[in-house]
Design a protein. Structure first.
Length: 246
C-alpha cells in the first residue's frame, strides 16, 4: 500500500511538469522545421531540449517502475512505454524521438483521472495534426519530387490524410513520408472511431434516460389512476351507506 501510495503521489506531482516539458518539446521540434533560416546553434539547442524532454519521460518511467509493487506486471502492462524509452537509444533519429515522446506523453496523460475522453481525443487530434505536418514537412521539403514545400501544404495534407479524404493534390514521395502517412491514416481512423463511438454512447444514454423518465411517468400515472379508482370506490361505498341509513 505504501508503494502504491508513493507511486500515486509521484504521478500527481509530475503530471504538470511533464506536460510543460511536452510543450517545450513541441516548440523545440517545430522551430528548426518552420524556421528554415535557423542557425546551427539554435538547431543544437532544440535538439538538446528534445533529448532532455525524452530523458525526463524515461526517468519518469523508471521511477514508476521502481515504485510499482509488482514490477514484472508493470512492465507487461506498460510495454509501449518501455518501447518508447528504448526506441531512440537504438537509432537516434529526430522522428524516433518524436514518436517515442508522443507515446510517453499519451500513456502518461491517460493515467490522470481528471482528463476526460473528449479532451484527450481533441488533444490527440491537434497533436497528431501538428506533429504530422511538421514531420512530413521535414522529410518532404528536400525531396526533388516532393510537392509538400510549405507548412500550409503540410497542414492541408495532414487534414485530408487523417480524415481519409485524400484529394491527392499533395502526397509524400519519400519512404519515410509514406510511413508518416500510414501512421496518420491509422490514427485518424482510430480517433474517428472513438469520436463516433462516444457520440453513439451519448445518444444511447440519452435515449435510456428518456426511457427511464417515460417509464417513471407512466408508473406515476398508473399509480394516480389506481388512487382515483380507489377513491371513487370509497365515495361510492360511503354514498351507499348514507342511502341505507335514510
Amino acid at each position: 500500500m505504501e508503494q502504491l501510495s508513493a507511486q500515486a503521489r509521484w504521478e500527481r506531482r509530475t503530471e504538470r511538469p511533464l506536460l510543460a516539458l511536452a510543450v517545450a518539446f513541441a516548440a523545440a521540434y517545430a522551430v528548426p522545421i518552420v524556421d528554415v533560416s535557423a542557425g546551427h546553434f539554435l538547431t543544437a539547442v532544440c535538439t538538446a531540449v528534445e533529448w532532455v524532454v525524452w530523458g525526463a519521460f524515461a526517468v519518469d518511467y523508471l521511477v514508476r517502475l521502481a515504485l510499482a509493487p509488482r514490477r514484472r506486471e508493470f512492465v507487461k502492462r506498460h510495454w509501449p512505454d518501455l518501447c518508447a524509452v528504448v526506441l531512440p537509444m537504438l537509432q537516434p533519429l529526430r522522428l524516433l524521438r518524436l514518436v517515442s515522446t508522443l507515446m510517453l506523453v499519451g500513456r502518461r496523460a491517460r493515467m490522470a483521472p481528471q482528463i476526460r475522453l473528449t479532451t484527450y481525443v481533441v488533444g490527440s487530434v491537434v497533436g497528431l495534426l501538428m506533429f504530422g505536418s511538421l514531420a512530413v514537412l521535414s522529410v518532404e521539403r528536400g525531396s526533388p519530387r516532393g510537392n509538400i514545400r510549405t507548412l500550409g501544404d503540410a497542414v492541408w495534407w495532414s487534414f485530408t490524410t487523417m480524415t481519409t479524404v485524400g484529394y491527392g493534390d499533395h502526397a509524400p514521395t519519400t519512404g519515410l513520408g509514406r510511413v508518416i502517412a500510414v501512421g496518420l491514416m491509422l490514427s485518424g481512423i482510430a480517433l474517428l472511431g472513438v469520436v463516433t463511438a462516444n457520440i453513439a454512447a451519448w445518444f444511447i444514454s440519452r435515449f435510456e434516460m428518456d426511457d427511464v423518465e417515460e417509464r417513471r411517468q407512466t408508473e406515476a400515472i398508473a399509480s394516480l389512476a389506481e388512487e382515483v379508482r380507489l377513491l371513487r370506490a370509497e365515495v361510492a361505498r360511503l354514498t351507499e351507506e348514507q342511502r341505507e341509513r335514510r
